[in-house]
Design a protein around this ligand. Structure first.
Ligand code: A2P
Length: 317
């Protein structure tokens, strides 16, 4: 499998297993099966509420000799209520304990959004704190400390705009090595791709299949369904692959990591097989024409009335 190369020589398998929306009851079996199938990259986050089950699966798989820890790439993410410098390391330590790991390969700031300590998800603006009060630079300094202590090998961000990445690059001691963002043919973010490639920042594509299992509150009536896009069906037929494989392969062809979520053994196998699917330049050009700036994860849940966060200042497009 192709890998993304990091400055210190580490290599991240370009295709990983996503675990957002994987229910605690399903994810243990899914991760065990994924490792048997050959997945070597698992994408996690504290807020997904399933790290203990993923940790159990990892621990057992290491013990059973299915795979060694050092053959795996494990990412997790700092939740928004732990941005204060004194909260960052305890948050990572909780994730490490849940995942049964001594270190992470990659730790990301999940959102450029701050929630009050003790609140998991904001019910109103009073649960949110502006970045002018608790700036990303403070959180980043604490993230840098985690690398110094060997609790994680790499640090990065998620859901960051180009402007926020630039601000971080201007001030960071350790530059962010990853931005994990929503990427698929309906949201191609070509300017971000260019910016990151020029600045040595890797991208990971989340929601590569359109995340149709999002909670109903995150869906918009009549939204286009990525897996039902006719052009993708046509290309899939042409190259003897499935629609999901075309979407995953598209991300790989653009040089981004990609983390399709599945808890179904057949679909996990199919998705892993996408690493072998070749798209032609013509396929890629046709797919480029599907771009329509359609976010499935709009971030509007950070913008209750009176919130310091708006779609405009979050994405800065
Ligand atoms: P399941 O977990 O039952 O396989 P995303 O990665 O964009 O968040 O999309 C995840 C959604 O896509 C889930 O509903 C998942 O269901 C479904 N899915 C995963 N792999 C495939 C596939 N190969 N074909 C169709 N749907 C898939």
């Amino acid at each position: 499998m192709k890998t993304l190369q990091f400055g210190n020589g580490d290599q991240m398998p370009i295709l990983g297993l996503g675990t957002w929306k994987s229910a605690p009851g399903d994810v243990y079996r899914a991760v065990k099966e994924a490792l048997r199938l050959g997945y070597r990259h698992i994408d996690c986050a504290a807020i997904y509420g399933n790290e203990p089950e993923i940790g159990q699966a990892l621990h057992e798989s290491f013990k059973e000799g299915v795979v060694h820890r050092d053959q795996m790439w494990i990412t997790s993410k700092l939740w928004n209520n732990s941005h204060a410098s004194e909260d960052v390391q305890p948050a990572l330590e909780k994730t490490l304990a849940d995942l049964h790991l001594g270190y992470l390969d990659l730790y990301l700031i999940h959102w450029p959004v701050v929630i009050k300590k003790g609140v998991v998800f904001p019910e109103s603006a009073k649960d949110l704190i502006g970045l002018d009060v608790l700036p990303i630079s403070e959180t980043w300094k604490a993230m840098e400390g985690l690398v110094d202590k060997s609790l994680c090998r790499h640090i990065g961000v998620s859901n960051f705009s180009i402007a926020k990445l630039q601000a971080l690059l201007d001030n960071a001691k350790l530059k962010p090595e990853m931005n994990q963002i929503e990427l698929h043919p309906y949201l191609q973010q070509s300017a971000m791709l260019d910016f990151c490639s020029k600045n040595g920042i890797h991208l990971t594509a989340y929601s590569p299949l359109g995340s149709s299992d999002r909670p109903p509150g995150m869906k918009v009536k009549g939204e286009p369904v990525l897996l039902q896009e006719p052009l993708i069906a046509t290309i899939a037929k042409r190259c003897g692959a499935t629609q999901a494989q075309v979407l995953i392969s598209w991300a790989i062809h653009r040089g981004t990591a990609v983390i399709p979520k599945s808890v179904n053994p057949e679909r996990m196998k199919q998705n892993l097989g996408a690493a072998e699917v070749s798209l032609t330049q013509n396929d890629m050009e046709e797919l480029a024409g599907l771009d329509r700036n359609r976010r499935y994860v709009s971030g509007d849940f950070w913008s209750p009335e009176g919130s310091p966060y708006t779609a405009a200042n979050l994405w800065e497009e």
